[in-house]
Design a protein around this ligand. Structure first.
Ligand SMILES: Cc1cc2nc3c(=O)[nH]c(=O)nc-3n(C[C@H](O)[C@H](O)[C@H](O)COP(=O)(O)O)c2cc1C
Length: 356
């Protein structure tokens, strides 16, 4: 199976595969309603600074595709949506483009359609520093995502089996990269233990990409025609848990929340916990491929408007104020976090200025 075909199949099988049934943990998290917000909706501002640019809203179209002529239109549409809405975007793993110059335009289209926007490059954390540099230059990236995907590689019949040396490689890349390096998972989450290791080698940006949305173990089993039977469900870390684990460490890191978001009040909850951006992949892919670019424009507008309404309902005029509002963590998520020694009551009352 060539990498070229794999890129096309990932899109096809992601669309055929139902989202994970375990949930991303946000049904356990509640914002506390404020019936006296003393705000005008017109004042509610979702804008922020990120990687030296301005975003109109704290959303990221997360890494998905590129690398095959038949997926170029997806990156074109996603980039146009990102440009119009003023949100960030990452492209899919660029290894296919590094190996074959003929498919570079399937990635480059994202920059051509959004010359001034925030665009993130994406390669494996095992890539050489030269490959990372080339991937950044390919799209004039504002930052680079290095993905960790052990669970996916093991599930992939043709996947990697040797993950030794990844941390040392990340350290080398961080020391040489001219743009910020963001370490991300692809749907199984980052634990406090993992975050501590990558922080210690100089990483300051992470994307937890937790469990509860796109399920790559399932996609890889289906793609190779193997029987799946809900395997490995107890190994991944839900997005909500992974987000709180990362923030509870009080490290000076920027955290992106992704994994299983569908643009409901889960977005506001993640931002209130302290995520800088909320990333969505599978949800946006479905809308743009099964619907159209226009459908995705409309969906993104609704998500931003719903976020503004939620902010007003908790009395937050901007994203910093949202991180000061009380929220309550319940259920399985609370139980996990307590057993891991994390103080979840710190979120339950009006908080000091958030660490955005
Ligand atoms: C079709 C598809 C392809 C993906 N390809 C990549 C990739 O190349 N690199 C990467 O870091 N993540 C990739 N991802 C993972 C997403 O960026 C994201 O981390 C994951 O899907 C969880 O988010 P979601 O539940 O919103 O989809 C891909 C996801 C999908 C749906």
């Amino acid at each position: 199976m060539s990498r070229l075909h794999r890129k096309k199949e990932h899109v096809e099988f992601a669309l055929k595969t139902p989202q994970s049934t375990v949930g991303n943990g946000f049904s356990d998290i509640y914002l506390v309603y404020e019936a006296l917000p003393e705000l005008n909706l017109e004042q509610v501002d979702t804008s922020l600074d990120f990687l030296n640019k301005k975003l109109k809203a704290p959303l990221l179209i997360n890494a998905m595709t590129g690398g095959h002529p038949e997926v170029k239109y997806i990156n074109r549409s996603l980039a146009r949506v990102a440009a119009r809405a003023g949100i960030a975007m990452a492209i899919g793993s660029q290894t296919a483009g590094l190996e074959d110059s003929k498919v570079r335009d399937t990635y480059r289209v994202a920059r051509d359609e959004n010359p001034d926007g925030i665009l993130l490059a994406n390669v494996s954390a095992l890539s050489s520093p030269d490959m990372v540099k080339e991937a950044i230059e390919m799209i004039e990236a504002d930052g680079v995502q290095l993905h960790l995907n052990v669970a996916q590689e093991l599930a992939m019949a043709e996947g990697d089996r040797n993950f030794r040396g990844t941390l040392a490689n990340i350290q080398k890349i961080v020391s040489l990269s001219k743009v910020p390096v963001i370490i991300k998972e692809v749907g199984f989450g980052l634990s406090r233990e993992t975050i501590k290791k990558i922080y210690d080698v100089g990483v300051r940006y992470i994307d937890v990409s937790g469990q509860g949305g796109t399920d790559f173990i399932r996609i890889e089993y289906l793609r190779s025609g193997r029987d799946y039977r809900e395997k490995f469900q107890n190994v991944g870390i839900s997005t909500a848990i992974s987000l709180v684990e990362s923030l509870s460490m009080d490290l000076p890191i920027v955290v992106v929340a992704s994994g299983g978001f569908t643009g409901e009040s889960d977005v506001a909850c993640a931002l209130a916990l302290g995520a800088k951006l909320v990333g969505m992949a599978g949800h946006f892919l479905r809308i743009v491929t099964e619907g159209s670019e226009q459908c995705l424009n409309e969906r993104v507008d609704i998500i931003i408007e719903d976020l503004r309404h939620t902010m007003l309902m908790v009395g937050a005029a901007n994203l910093r104020e949202l991180t000061e509002k009380p929220l309550v963590i319940t259920g399985k998520t609370a139980e996990w976090l307590l057993r891991r020694g994390i103080d979840i009551d710190r979120y339950s009352y009006l908080r000091q200025a958030g660490k955005r």
